[in-house]
Ligand binder design. Sequence first.
Ligand code: CDP
Length: 235
Amino acid sequence: MTTTRRLTIAIDGYSSSGKSSMAKQLARTLGYRYVDSGAMYRAVTLAAMRHGAINPDGSVDTDILYPLLPDLHIDFATEHGRQVTLLNGENVESRIRSMEVSAHVSAVAALGAVRQAMVAQQKVYGAEGGIVMDGRDIGTAVFPNADIKVFVNASAETRARRRYLELQAKGDTTTTYAEVLDNVVTRDHIDETRSESPLRRADDAIDLDNSEMTIDEQNQWLMELYDRTISRLQQ
Ligand code: CDP
């Protein structure tokens, strides 16, 4: 009997492109570990905000932030069947999804020392295979040898609409669609133009534009890609 290899799967793409939900669903189906690398950068950003490391102009005070980094322990746990993000043991899942964190996360994630600390931890998570990780640099910097690399995109308007509806469903009645669109476009720009592992499609990634796809359709697309890859690897 052959045992099925446990793959390393990298899902990268633009903000609010639906990467996380498809990555999470695939991990659940396969019994793999799921790591939301964006949640890690969001948790660092929350810590930075709490320690006054975000200046009024939005720049980051690295003299405050960098000494904190060794003491920031970010982990994941399952609560009521849902994966949540822990910052030094505290469940910060809903806090890190706020617009305030979204407004500062790309500036924090552009910092070399922050990326080095997060990427080192992400590589440890993936050391054994059997992982689905989503983010911006998973196929390029974290797991350049991943078995499957997907690069997800959809129009900025589609992505902003999805995120806006998500925020509304969570009870955020103050953020407007225009603010969400502005945040999506601004983060894309910072993510694409930073010097440290910018958001970039890996040369060997498979593209998915899910603008016109339902969640079920995109999940099925990813599952079929997984099935094809497994049969190729086991030939
Ligand atoms: O869910 P959403 O697409 O809005 O973003 P996210 O995946 O939660 O990531 C939040 C931010 O973290 C991104 O806009 C990037 O600035 C940063 N990030 C990154 O730099 N590298 C990653 N691997 C993941 C996220």
